[in-house]
Design a protein around this ligand. Structure first.
Ligand code: NDP
Length: 313
């Protein structure tokens, strides 16, 4: 027999856990499935210094463990398991967990996050947390007065390069084409910043360094007669080649933009299906911060409570 729940939360980053705190305090008896990466993207970072309330900082895994404990304190049922399929055509909505168990939910909060894209080099794993990062706002502070490189030519890369230029002494932007894809205004900010040097038509081959990143090997104008190998001394290597929102299993029912971010009614976490809400990075192409994810998780739980009260009134 299928299990019936009032509020199902899918995903366990700051959005999911915050939704669980609010939903359990509102007596919705939420069930939360943690997904493939319990704790979400923050568990892959080291120090978190910008989450309000921690004046001396906290590690990403500790912060997520605290949020989880806080949700459990109010009775949230937090489980291992990955949502693998959905049928959101009628309420109660059906979600299959691990290809087997089916949950029937009156409300769903989708907080499955987004995954930063990597180049796929073995060195990205080798130096993970030791000079390789996919979030300048999270980790830029550790590179004050140092030299960093940002890979990518879109708005994210330009934004991150500009942010890093406020901290680092030198920022290289590694762009595979001979132009930036970013909006004009973002391009101008990068091109006019004396601390930023854009390297067009460069691709990354690998990273170097004893234990931590100390350099990057590039190839310039690959496949042309003037192809050339280039080495740069750097202290940090930032990926900014896009994110993939984890929304695939919802797409038959839930509207997304062309990249896959779930569309919500502006200013709310409501999706196009009533009773289904989206919180955190899966619906946020712009801010992607732990605190903004937590904020929308709170909104989603409040919306779920109101939806259920109105439905059962
Ligand atoms: P984009 O997809 O716009 O850009 C990705 C960049 O990374 C491109 O320059 C692309 O190169 C490059 N890239 C992709 N794969 C590789 C690879 N394997 N090796 C080297 N380079 C690679 O992603 P963004 O994250 O920049 O932006 C996503 C969306 O969010 C956009 O719509 C953007 O406008 C928006 N955004 C808006 C912001 C704002 O308005 N403040 C801030 C940040 C994002 P190529 O061009 O060759 O494909």
């Amino acid at each position: 027999m299928n299990e019936k729940v009032r509020c199902l939360i899918i995903g366990s980053g700051p959005a999911g856990y915050t939704a669980a705190i609010y939903a359990s305090r509102a007596n919705l008896s939420p069930v939360l499935y943690e997904g493939m990466e319990p704790g979400g993207q923050l568990t892959t970072t080291t120090e978190v210094e910008n989450f309000p309330g921690y004046p001396t900082g906290i590690t990403g895994p500790e912060l997520m463990e605290d949020l989880k404990k806080q949700a459990q304190r109010f009775g949230a049922d937090i489980r291992f398991g990955v949502a693998t399929a959905t049928d959101l055509s009628v309420s109660p909505y059906k979600v299959t967990i691990d290809g087997e168990k089916v949950i029937e939910a009156e409300t769903i909060i989708i907080s499955t996050g987004a995954t930063a894209k990597y180049l796929g080099l073995a060195d990205e794993k080798k130096y993970a947390g030791s000079g390789v990062s996919a979030c300048a706002t999270c980790d830029g502070f550790f590179y004050r007065k140092l030299t960093v490189a940002v890979v990518g030519g879109g708005d994210t890369a330009c934004e991150e390069a500009t942010y890093l230029a406020g901290l680092a002494s030198k920022v290289y932007v590694i762009v595979r084409k001979d132009y930036l894809r970013a909006s004009k205004i973002m391009q101008e900010r990068v091109l006019n910043n004396p601390k930023i040097e854009v390297l067009f038509e460069h691709e990354t081959l690998g990273l170097t360094g004893e234990g931590v990143v100390q350099g990057v090997n590039l190839v310039k104008k690959k496949g042309t007669p003037v192809e050339e190998q280039v080495h740069l001394d750097i202290d940090g290597f930032f990926l900014a080649i896009g994110h993939k929102p984890n929304s695939d299993i919802f797409k038959p029912w839930i509207e997304t933009d062309e990249v896959g971010y779930i569309k919500t009614i502006p200013g709310t976490p409501r999706t196009n299906v009533s009773g289904i809400f989206a919180a955190g990075d899966v619906a946020d192409p712009h801010y992607r911060q732990a605190i903004t994810a937590a904020g929308t998780g709170c909104q989603a739980a409040i919306e779920a409570e109101r939806y259920l009260s109105e439905k059962n009134a």
